[in-house]
Design a protein around this ligand. Structure first.
Ligand SMILES: [Zn+2]
Length: 452
């Protein structure tokens, strides 16, 4: 260790970090909390009664641990899913008096078709360039299907987020691009790394037309048939945009003993999509942050600085929780020493993605050394915030960390009905809790605030 590292991580602190790690690796607190959030409370979309109940539940649990807890009000969008039915009603080789069922789900923010649906020709494009080349003449009046492939080889090799980043623009702005050329509805191929004929929802920019995601298999089917001739679809999507609702960020402080005004944030987002129960996205992140406080309480350890547990609201449909926190706490940002978010699942942690100076990253090596025994010691510099909700803090110069997991199967389940508790391996969740608790306490108790 360098002299500066030794000064910041004296033996007593290293002993405490080792004790935190051992305690977390044999603690089932996070898993029990995740079971409650996902199975007893259930899906937690913004504006839903479950999201509100989950905020109140997490606040009560953090108070049990002795934290000072605030429910901070956030105005959130409130969109609810309706019927989602699609059939091919005309296609080459069709057997008379038959139709083919298409499995799909509405994208968040989608507008509705009439209750009895619409019928239109399907226009299949593989990317934005193809759409633009066709132009308004050929797009107007049609249902556009973006059949952009998800790069499963990248995902299998551990580059899941890169593959996601390549495909997800079609979900985010495909419907708007189609609407701008007169399309009557837009569909995307589900942004996912596995094919179980399961549709994956997600946020999409307001387009003013019905927008949905078909399964990879149905995108293939439609693509093949459209290559042979005319394909017409009957599409019914009846989601509703309700008036904005009130939601809450849960903000719980485990007060520091020496510098209570200095804050280290540990966080995950409490809202989820409605199809599954939000276990990997992102109940896991919330319970791992809660456990960071639970371990300290159990071991009677008090950090020098305040450890602030945040359960964010509305990451999935606009980030209003993150924006509200940034608005209400900007004056405290100079005293936010570091911020961590866990929002990439619950699989085995490899370490952290970090946006901070090289000097700051070097100073953290002793804490990473504690995590090395279970393989969570990698530090990957990132040029952007390693968590969506902590972006405003990161942009304000607060050193930011995101737990980086083995993401090879994350997008098999992400935003689908299969994001459920059984996808979380208890021993892997414990590793994530250990990574969060060790790093949170290290940042809160090292001698000097992490340099910016
Ligand atoms: Zn998430």
């Amino acid at each position: 260790m360098s002299a500066e590292q030794m000064e910041n991580f004296p033996f007593q602190l290293l002993d405490e970090l080792a004790a935190i790690k051992s305690a977390a690796l044999s603690d089932d607190y996070a898993y029990r909390q995740l079971a409650h959030l996902t199975e007893n409370i259930g899906p937690r979309p913004s504006g839903s009664p479950q999201a509100k109940a989950a905020s109140e539940y997490v606040a009560a649990e953090l108070r049990k641990l002795g934290l000072e807890v605030q429910l901070e009000e956030v105005t959130v969008p409130h969109w609810v899913r309706g019927a989602e039915i699609a059939e091919l009603v005309e296609y080459p080789g069709q057997v008379p008096d038959t139709r083919q069922k298409i499995v799909l789900t509405a994208l968040g923010g989608s507008t509705a078709t009439p209750n009895d649906g619409i019928t239109a020709d399907v226009l299949v494009v593989n990317n934005f360039d193809e759409l633009r080349a066709l132009g308004r003449d050929q797009v107007a009046g049609k249902i556009v299907l973006f059949n952009e492939l998800f790069d499963k080889q990248k995902a299998a090799a551990g580059l899941s987020f890169m593959a996601y980043g390549e495909a997800v623009p079609y979900r985010g702005s495909g419907p708007k691009a189609a609407a701008d050329l007169g399309a009557v509805a837009a569909l995307i191929r589900s942004v996912a790394s596995a094919d179980f004929r399961l549709p994956h929802t997600g946020w999409s920019a307001a387009a003013g037309i019905p927008a949905g995601a078909v399964t990879a298999e149905d995108a293939e089917l439609i693509g093949h048939l459209a290559g042979q001739g005319r394909v017409r679809m009957h599409l019914t999507l009846t989601p509703q945009k309700l008036p904005d609702a009130i939601g809450y960020n849960v903000v719980g402080d485990f007060k520091g003993s020496e510098h209570p005004e200095q804050i280290v944030v540990v966080s995950g987002h409490l809202d989820s999509w409605d199809l599954g129960t939000g276990a990997i996205d992102d109940g896991a992140g919330v319970v791992v942050a809660m456990e960071a406080a639970e371990i300290l309480q159990k071991l009677h350890l008090r950090p020098k600085r305040t450890l602030r547990v945040i359960a964010w609201m509305d990451e999935e449909t606009g980030g209003s929780g993150s924006k509200a926190y940034s608005r209400d706490h900007t004056s405290e940002f100079p005293n936010h020493v570091a911020t961590i978010e866990c929002d990439a699942g619950a699989a085995h942690p490899l370490g952290f993605d970090v946006k901070m100076t090289t000097h700051a990253a070097e100073l953290l090596q002793p804490a990473l050394g504690v995590l090395q025994s279970f393989g969570a010691s990698a530090l990957q510099p990132s040029s952007y915030s390693p968590g969506a909700d902590i972006t405003p803090m990161s942009d304000a110069g607060v050193p930011a960390l995101g737990i980086s997991q083995d993401s090879r199967t994350y997008f098999h389940y992400h935003h689908s009905a299969a994001d459920t508790l059984d996808k979380v391996v208890p021993s892997e969740l414990r590793e994530n809790a250990a990574a969060m608790a060790v790093m949170g306490y290290a940042l809160a108790s090292m001698k000097d605030p992490l340099p910016r």
